[in-house]
Design a binder for this molecule. Structure first.
Ligand code: ADP
Ligand code: MG
Length: 474
């Protein structure tokens, strides 16, 4: 079949022409240029071991298909990188809506995976430790103390982690780090492991997720290998379990972990645990486990502050060697407050976008490239918040928002607050009325109309409203 024929029949079949050779070529090109940014985005080590062998297959019906040389590599990439890759593809070409990874055995493996001794696939099959080796899950090279930006929200967890990593003695056992998703728990865990590996190479460190721990345990049960399982975990100097919440509710795994835990504590060996909640709040934990977990130091990581987010963006920008105006970093720190992973994702996306499409990075281009993320992060203003801000602004009491007082110094701010509630929330007029001391919808409607008029007639009111709008939307 000629290229032209293939093109024609493709159009007939798919109707969107996305399967044509020409299109495929351009998608192949898109893939290659995107791939060239991977070493920066994912780190050299990850790129070499996992991503360099990936190849473009086809684009069809919104599906972007790439291939990996083995099923193992496909699985790894799909768990660890596919979300980010899809996001990048989508930011470059919005018609991509799905990323599929297939296995193509004819592909060359650019570099043997086996060269990473503690690769993600490594299982705890051996009880003999090489010096400086960390057994368990693969450690991310980027997750070191040097790359961890410290702020108010994470300083306790950071100080505790550093202390445990540096000191040969056991000060608190266990160290329990908890906090919301994407706030740096795994980063700190890896940083501890890297540090010990480097500075105390004789200490035997095992780092793994609670899920992997369970998997190892189940395997040992199945292959009647409990003796060596126990030996393995009870002979380590430092046991690190990430995402501990996964174990809660899983009875026998919890039971086994409990014994391992006690054995290690008895020998004065360090245990470090991370979870998304504190021991007291983790559901599905046995009481004795819960109390043991609180024995040592419990350090929480709070949600980020603006300053920390800006600091992280600055440090990331330096690492990426990217040229991004401060105004853009401030904009991102301001807008993306959910978690650090998302913040990094946003930064990677604008960097990738500008290196592929060209053009300088500005607040406008950022708004465009990140419109979906920004929309999701747009804070929903509540009526309570509006009442609070307006009361503050006019130096009246919040309770005056609900009161029946009619003097102008109070009634006017109340009307402004009603106007803002209409403008900034989805609430209906009766809902708004209810929030203002049970007023009816006609009163709210009148207030909205009145404020609109006043904004035209009186400069003060216009300026007040503008200012309040800015404060509430920031
Ligand atoms: P968690 O395990 O709490 O869900 P991670 O440790 O995976 O979160 O962190 C998510 C991302 O944010 C990682 O890429 C990590 O490097 C980054 N990160 C988190 N906290 C910091 C920090 N304080 N400084 C620099 N990067 C951070
Ligand atoms: Mg984590």
């Amino acid at each position: 079949m000629t290229a032209q024929k293939a093109y024609d029949s493709d159009i007939k079949m798919k109707g969107d022409g996305s399967g044509s050779d020409q299109k495929q070529d351009s998608f192949n090109e898109l893939w290659n240029s995107l791939k060239s940014t991977f070493p920066k985005l994912f780190g050299e080590a990850t790129y070499k071991s996992w991503l360099s062998s990936l190849a473009f297959k086809e684009f069809t019906g919104g599906r972007f298909v790439i291939a990996a040389p083995t099923a193992f590599m496909r699985d790894w990439v799909s768990t660890n990188c596919s979300k980010k890759i899809l996001e990048l593809l989508q930011s470059l070409n919005p018609i991509v809506f799905q990323l599929d990874i297939v296995v193509d055995k004819t592909l060359k493996i650019e570099k043997m995976v086996a060269t990473t001794p503690n690769g993600a696939g490594a299982t705890l099959s051996s009880t003999s430790f090489a010096e400086g080796e960390v057994i368990g899950s693969r450690l991310e090279p980027r997750y070191v103390f040097d790359n961890f930006v410290v702020g108010q929200s994470n300083e306790l967890a950071h100080a505790a982690a550093l202390r445990v990593a540096e000191s040969a003695e056991v000060h608190f056992n266990p160290l329990f780090i908890y906090g919301g998703v994407g706030l740096g728990k795994t980063h700190l865990m890896h940083a501890i492991a890297w540090h010990i590996k480097k500075c105390h190479p004789k200490r035997r460190v095992v780092y793994l997720s609670a899920e992997k721990f369970m998997y190892q345990f189940i395997r040992a049960l199945r292959f009647k290998d409990m003796v060596s399982f126990k030996e393995k975990f009870r002979s380590v100097d430092v046991l690190m379990i990430d995402d501990f919440q996964f174990i809660s509710g899983k009875e026998s795994t919890q039971e086994e972990f409990f014994h391992t835990f006690n054995a290690l504590v008895d020998q004065n060996h360090q245990i470090i645990i991370s979870a998304d909640k504190s021991p007291t709040d983790l559901p599905g934990l046995e009481e004795r486990m819960r109390s043991r977990l609180g024995w040592g130091l419990v350090a929480d990581i709070h949600p980020t502050t603006y300053e920390l987010r800006l600091g992280i963006l600055q440090s990331k920008t330096e690492q990426l060697n990217a040229n991004i105006p401060v105004s853009v970093l401030e904009f991102l720190a301001h807008k993306i407050a959910s978690n650090i992973r998302e913040l990094e994702g946003a930064l990677n996306r604008i960097v990738a976008h500008s290196s592929l499409v060209g053009g300088s990075i500005t607040v406008e281009s950022t708004q465009h490239v990140l419109r979906d993320i920004l929309r999701a992060n747009d804070r929903r203003v509540t009526i309570d918040e509006i009442q609070r801000k307006v009361a503050e602004h006019y130096h009246i009491k919040i309770s005056d928002m609900h009161s029946a007082k009619r003097m102008r110094t109070i009634a006017r701010p109340r009307q402004v607050a009603m106007y803002l509630s209409k403008a900034l929330t989805e609430a209906s007029l009766p809902e708004i009325g209810r929030k203002f001391g049970g007023r009816d919808h006609a009163t709210v409607m009148h207030a909205v109309k009145k404020v609109k008029e006043l904004m035209q007639e009186e400069r003060n009111i216009g300026e007040d409203v503008d200012l309040l709008l800015k404060m509430l939307q920031s």
